[in-house]
Design a binder for this molecule. Structure first.
Ligand code: G4P
Length: 528
């Protein structure tokens, strides 16, 4: 338990939202509080967003969608906070999923006008799979939103989660007057574009205090009193355990663009959000406070700097202390590796670090040693579990348009699929290369990146598959026969594991019924 102090100060989380709900804006405000970016001027003119602290790739800037995950580290009130950004676009769902395996909690941003949206639902499902504790931030209270009780009900019903309001808004839109901080019993009056220190905060322990009428008017004061009484009756007490076990999500109301309600949430966040959690491996549970180091790779990103062909593996540290220039055991390759320039992320700038602790995410220069899900230890052999690959939804054959660039093309495809941009399958008994993605946009990204980073041009031919299933069997002969008979639908994944590519649910069910000796798996985790 040598590193308990470091563990106690760390919070590793992600902000998730449907695109446009305000994730980027909230991220910027949190970075401001943490001093990781400079003052509100830049934010007001929105320069930071245009220069995108969280966007690494040219293509992101072009499309204005965050296609890459980035990590931002900042300090706030003696806490070291690691904020992992997730792409909002559905086509990068797998990237988001992997990032969420590396965090201990999330803040979910909901647009008060639009309520629960398609991506919000999907993201919550992912959080539920891992019982990730959630804090909800209802954003854009400066706009005429839905009735707040209706909105909470909608969130509870649609996301299948119980809520607990920590603050309560007084009106919305142009009548928005601020929030009552139920937890600290403070009235916080709304002013647009405030800096946190300028916030107009008044302690009102007892809501019958006439100061309330004075500040927000008799009518709104009366409504607030009624609302709070109702909330006390309906929502009861919130215990930290209910939040940590993901049973109840505390809710805050605010306006990220106006920096309103953000500080209250951050202050509560650092007191209740989980410190780095223990994690399950293929062999045993690894406790965060074990002395020996362990960590796993959840993301690989190539060419952060277009001038260099560098590739960076993002590693989440799960236990012990990681040190620069020290040999660690790469479990999959069964070899020892060390890193002379590991770095931490402070928005875009990269600082070389000497050591890192559980909860930290560090960047490791990679020359092709890493794949997503790889584990590093001080010698023990285990894999962190829960970082599976799921079936893609769209399958296309990739065709090289320039035979002079075959090598570049192969290298590019290999590296992009190692990064997890897409999945690569090779036709069983043939050479056909099949790329599987969750959305069409990924094919565009691959085409663009192959051309701009590897000088290889390609085109895609649509294939009639809808799902990939990983195959295992106790009877190797039966499996081999199946793969031979079904050659048109059989492929090998990147690690040479056999896969069945199904044309439709009907075909898949038929094969499952006809081949009782073969197991069809919907994620690749079975091979760990
Ligand atoms: P995202 O990362 O979740 O996709 O959302 P982002 O922060 O980019 O916010 C989407 C839009 O919502 C932005 O406006 C942003 O300024 C606005 N926004 C964020 N928080 C609030 C809020 O509290 N109130 C209001 N009224 N708007 C908010 P945009 O016009 O798309 O971009 P921009 O030109 O302002 O950058």
């Amino acid at each position: 338990m040598k590193y308990q102090n470091e563990i106690n100060t760390r919070r590793t989380f992600a902000i998730i939202s449907h695109p446009d709900a305000g994730k980027t804006t909230l991220t910027e405000k949190l970075l401001l509080f943490g001093g990781a970016i400079q003052t509100a001027g830049a934010v007001k003119s929105n320069k930071i967003k245009k220069h995108a602290t969280s966007d690494f790739m040219e293509i992101e800037r072009q499309r204005g969608i965050s296609v890459a995950t980035s990590v931002m580290t900042f300090e706030y009130k003696n806490c070291l906070i690691n904020l992992l950004d997730t792409p909002g676009h559905k086509d990068f769902a797998e990237d988001t999923y992997r990032t969420l395996t590396a965090v201990d909690s999330v803040i979910l941003v909901i647009d008060s006008v639009n309520g629960v949206e398609a991506q919000t639902k999907w993201l919550m499902e992912v959080c539920r799979m891992r019982d990730t504790p959630v804090i909800v931030f209802i954003n854009k209270m400066d706009r005429d939103g839905k009735n707040r009780f209706d909105l909470l009900e909608e969130i509870e019903n649609e996301l299948n989660i119980s809520l607990h309001p920590m603050s309560w808004p007084i009106n919305s839109g142009k009548d928005f007057k601020g929030v009552y901080d139920i937890h600290n019993k403070n009235l916080i009056l709304f002013t647009a574009n405030t800096k946190a220190e300028d916030e107009d905060v008044l302690e009102i322990q007892d809501l019958s205090n006439p100061l309330l009428d004075n500040k927000v008017g008799e009518r709104d004061a009366a409504i607030l009193r009624e609302d709070i009484e109702l909330i006390d009756g309906v929502y009861g007490e919130l215990t930290k355990e209910d939040y940590l076990s993901a049973k109840i999500a505390p809710v805050f109301f605010g306006s990220a663009v106006n920096n309103f309600g953000v500080k209250e949430m951050l202050d509560i966040f650092i007191t209740i959000a989980p410190t780095p959690l223990d994690r399950q491996t293929s062999v045993r549970e690894v406790k965060a406070n074990e002395d020996k180091f362990s960590g796993f790779i959840f993301k690989i990103h190539a060419n952060l700097d277009p001038k260099h062909r560098d590739r960076i593996a993002f590693m989440r540290i799960c236990s012990g202390k990681f040190e620069r220039n020290t040999y660690y055991h790469h479990v999959r390759l069964d070899k020892d590796v060390r890193f002379s320039n590991p770095y931490s992320f402070l928005a875009r700038s990269k600082d070389v670090i000497e050591e890192a602790f559980p909860g930290d995410v560090i960047g490791l220069f990679d020359t092709g040693n890493f794949k997503i899900g790889d584990t590093l230890t001080e010698g023990e052999n285990f894999y962190f579990v829960g970082i599976p690959t799921f079936s893609p939804e769209i399958f296309k054959e990739i065709v090289n348009k320039d035979p002079m660039k075959t090598k570049q093309m192969e290298k590019g495809v290999q590296q992009l699929t190692d990064e997890g941009v897409a999945q690569l399958f090779t036709q069983h008994g043939g050479n056909k290369k099949i790329i599987g993605c969750v959305g069409d946009l990924q094919f565009e990204v691959i085409q663009y990146r192959l051309l701009h980073e590897y000088g290889a041009s390609c085109e895609f031919r649509t294939l009639p598959f809808y799902k990939a299933c990983w195959l295992t069997s106790d009877n190797q002969n039966k499996l081999d026969d199946f793969l031979r008979f079904k050659q048109q639908n059989a492929a090998l994944d990147k690690d040479n594991h056999p896969v069945y590519l199904a044309q439709s649910e009907w075909y898949l069910n038929t094969e499952i019924t006809n081949n009782p000796d073969i197991k069809f798996h919907f994620s690749s985790e079975i091979h760990k």
